[in-house]
Every structure is written in C-alpha cells, then in structure tokens.
Design a protein around this ligand. Structure first.
Ligand code: 4AD
Ligand code: MG
Length: 431
C-alpha cells in the first residue's frame, strides 16, 4: 500500500495510493459519487463509480456525512479540469470516524461572525486553509531571512514589569500580588540582546488592550522584531525592504496555488523589490493638504490618510521623520532637527496600512533619562534598560513587523481576523 498526500499526488500518477483525510463535501448523480477529500495538505476529488466498487463501498460513500474521517484508496489519474490537475478513482474506503449529521458549516454563505464562532471548524475550508498556509510560509520565510543574515533568535518574556510601548494599552495581570503586564513588544529586551549578540530578532505574540474595532487591529498579534547594534536609521530601512521583498518572492514561488485560490492579483506583488520609496512625515502632510485633506503637522495618520499616501506608489512606502512628540520615548531624535525622529513606518500598498514601525534608538544615557522623566515613566522598572546605556552603549536600530497585517496584505484579504488561527478581538475570546 502506498500512502500519499494530496500535495505530492502528481508523483503517483497512474498508481493506486491511500490517502488519509476527511470528507470535505460530496455530490452524487445516481451511479457516480464525487467525494471532495481533504487531507490537510490539499483538496482532491474522489470519484466513486458504482459498477467499479463493491456495493458496501458505494453505500458507505453514499451515506457518509460531511467531515467524516477515512482512509481512501484509489488510482491517481490526470484531470485537466481541476485546479490540482488530478483526481482519485476510488476503490476502497475505510471509515475512521463517522461524523454526526448537521455539520454547522455548509457551502451556503455564512456571516463572518458566525464563522468566527466556528473557527475551529472554519479553518478546514479551502480559503481559510490557504490563508494559514501562506501565514506559515511568511513565518518561516522571515525566520529564514534573519537566520541566513546571521541574526540570533532571542525570545523576550511575555510577562513584563513595565510598559514597553505607551502606557494606555496594557493588559494588566496579578503576578503574585504585584502588577505585571502582557508584553506589548519584545523590543526593549531585544535591545539588551543586541548588545550581547550584535544582531538579534524576537518573534512572538504581543498584546494590546486597544479598544479598536478596525479591520487592522487584533488584541493579540505576532510581531517579529529585529534589533541591530552599530546600525543607523539608513541601515535599518535597508534591512526592512530586503526582508519584505524576500518574503514576498518566497510566497510567490512556493504558495502560488494558494494565492490563486484566494484570487490574489499577483502582479501587484511581483513589483515588490528594493528600494522602496520614502517620504518624510512633513512631505506627507503637504501631500495630504494638497489633496484636500484637513490635516495639521503633528496629527496622526488615520486609515484614509495612509491609503491616500500608499496609493501614490506601487511598492510599500516609508514615511520617515515623524514628530518626536508623536512617537515612543526610545526613538532617537534627528540631531539636525530634534523635533523629528530617526524612524519610519512602512505603509503597505492597496490600503493595508502600516505593517512596520521602527527607528534608531536613543543610545545616550542623559538623553534617555530626560525622555523617561518627560514621559513620567518610572525609572526603577527601567533600570536594566538604562544600564544598557552605561556599559558599552552604541548606536543601534530595529523595527517590528506585524505578522497578521503582512499576511492580510499578501493574501489580499479584507480583515485581519482571518490571518491568525484563533483571533482575539474586542468582542471575541472564543473559541
Ligand atoms: O508600531 P508598533 O507599535 O511598534 C512597536 O511595537 C515597536 N516596539 C517595534 C520595534 O521597533 N521593535 O507595532 C509594530 C507593528 C505595526 O506596524 C503593525 O504591523 C503591528 O505591529 N501592530 C498590530 N497588528 C495587529 N493589531 C494591532 N493592534 C497592532 N498594533 C501594531
Ligand atoms: Mg506604529
């Protein structure tokens, strides 16, 4: 018996193989039953012809409820009409678990909220399956990019004693009678690690108690955060555009079938290569005003602003030199104009908004202390972070890429909640 997977089915053309999987769907026309079989690696049509199988096999297939699990044996044959290019001419079926009747997800259109309630089952369907496959590819691509470039993966803690990125969006927890928080970012710890290893990255879940209900916000999301000693503002942007381009190229090479299933216009993705365009925050404000937006220097961009700016370019665009007052305490002010910082946000095309925030960091001890005091941040809990500026401090830079927003953009899907296996949003902690 040859055990095959749908992903590699082309290897077995003309041979009899066994697939282990689930009955995704089924239709029949009297003497023929068409089984939609999925095995986790893909979807294939199984054809059960009455006169070519035993009566028992035919009856089993006829009565088997949706999402039953089984081993199916049959001959792999070419089928030009299917996306996969192959179908399975079924000979034997061995049922593992006969599903209950009444599978909640049918082929009819369900609302997204309903489907999110059944996320544990919804992820079995082709579109959701394709999105999470692409997520996996992006995830691995990011790790491989940094590993190849000599970065060391260093995991920051998830439970932290202080805020790392603004104090208003913290999930507070009771840590044996003391206040602690779920991490908003691994950055400050990555900075410590960069002084030990030179080039590092962290990649983990981060938490924001934001009461946002937009299609770009999750309360738990994954962020990859590289941090580099002896790298300045300029070098930081270079790593970002190379990283993004590398990941897109990889998805185009390895997950084209999934992109096609999602109906993604890949020509837009094929244009993504370094260098990326840049404009300063101040230029962006001018651009918005000229386009008729009411916008003042010092205002933060909303979705319509970001989209307007992004629409001027075919590639992601860096908006650089934001007002110092708008950004986090650790960002290095521009020595030639301390009103703005040596940092940038990367805005994805097609309205997907900010996917990266990054900057050069303050490495001067006195300046850091000044900033902490100005923002009323308690020095005691940042003592370790301050000490990094006492012992061999060097100019350094880093950034954070939000995984889910990147997946949404690359997949071309409208809502970020579909890009993570189990989303945590303002009104959802189930399932
Ligand atoms: O701009 P942010 O808040 O930057 C930081 O946290 C820095 N400490 C990163 C660093 O320099 N190491 O977040 C970085 C990225 C955003 O550009 C966005 O892609 C994503 O994280 N992000 C979110 N994604 C989903 N839901 C949310 N609520 C997000 N908030 C930020
Ligand atoms: Mg940001």
């Amino acid at each position: 018996m040859i055990r095959a997977t749908i992903e590699n089915i082309n290897v077995y053309e003309g041979q009899v193989v066994t697939l282990s999987g689930w009955l995704y769907n089924k239709r029949s026309s009297g003497k023929i039953i068409f089984l939609q079989i999925r095995d986790g690696s893909g979807f294939i049509q199984g054809v059960v012809v009455k006169k070519e199988v035993s009566e028992a096999v035919f009856e089993t297939c006829k009565s088997l409820p949706q999402e039953s699990s089984f081993h199916v044996t049959g001959m792999v044959q070419r089928d030009e009409r299917s996306a996969l290019g192959y179908e399975l001419l079924v000979r034997e079926v061995e049922v593992v678990c006969r599903a209950e009747e009444g599978y909640p997800i049918s082929l009819k259109e369900h609302g997204t909220d309903f489907l999110m309630d059944y996320r544990h089952l919804w992820m079995r369907t082709p579109r959701q399956h394709a999105i999470l496959r692409i997520r996996d590819e992006i995830n691995l691509g990011l790790r491989e990019f940094f590993h190849e470039e000599g970065f060391v993966l260093v995991e920051p803690p998830i439970i932290t004693p202080a805020s790392c990125e603004g104090t208003t969006e913290l999930f507070e927890i009771d840590y044996f009678g003391e206040n602690a928080y779920l991490s908003q970012t691994g950055q400050l710890y990555a900075e410590a690690a960069a002084m030990a290893f030179g080039k590092v990255y962290s990649f983990g879940p981060t938490f924001r108690a934001e009461k946002s209900k937009t299609r770009k916000h999750l309360n738990e999301f994954w962020m990859i955060e590289p941090e580099m000693a002896f790298v300045d503002f300029e070098g930081n942007l270079k790593v970002q555009e190379e990283m993004v381009s590398y990941v897109i190229k990889r998805v185009l090479q390895r997950r084209r079938r999934e992109l096609e299933l999602l109906g993604r216009d890949v020509t837009a993705l094929e244009k993504i290569e370094p260098p990326f365009p840049r404009i300063t925050y101040t230029e962006a404000v001018e651009m918005l005003k000229n386009a008729g937006f009411e916008f003042e220097w010092g205002d933060d961009f909303g979705a319509p602003h970001e989209t307007h700016i992004a629409d001027q370019y075919e590639k992601p665009v860096f908006i650089t030199h934001f007002p110092t007052s708008m950004k986090a305490f650790y960002m290095q002010p521009d020595p030639t104009n301390p009103e703005v910082i040596l940092g940038a946000d990367l805005i994805a095309p097609e309205g997907y908004g900010e996917i990266i925030g990054g900057s050069q960091r303050i490495h001067d001890l006195e300046l850091l202390l000044e900033k902490l005091r100005a923002e009323n941040l308690p020095e005691e809990v940042y003592q370790w972070y301050i000490e990094l500026r006492k012992f061999g401090s060097v100019p350094h830079s880093g950034f954070g890429l939000g995984l889910e927003r990147t997946v949404a953009w690359i997949c071309g899907i409208d809502h970020i909640r579909q890009t993570i296996p189990f989303a945590r949003t303002l009104n959802r902690v189930y399932p």
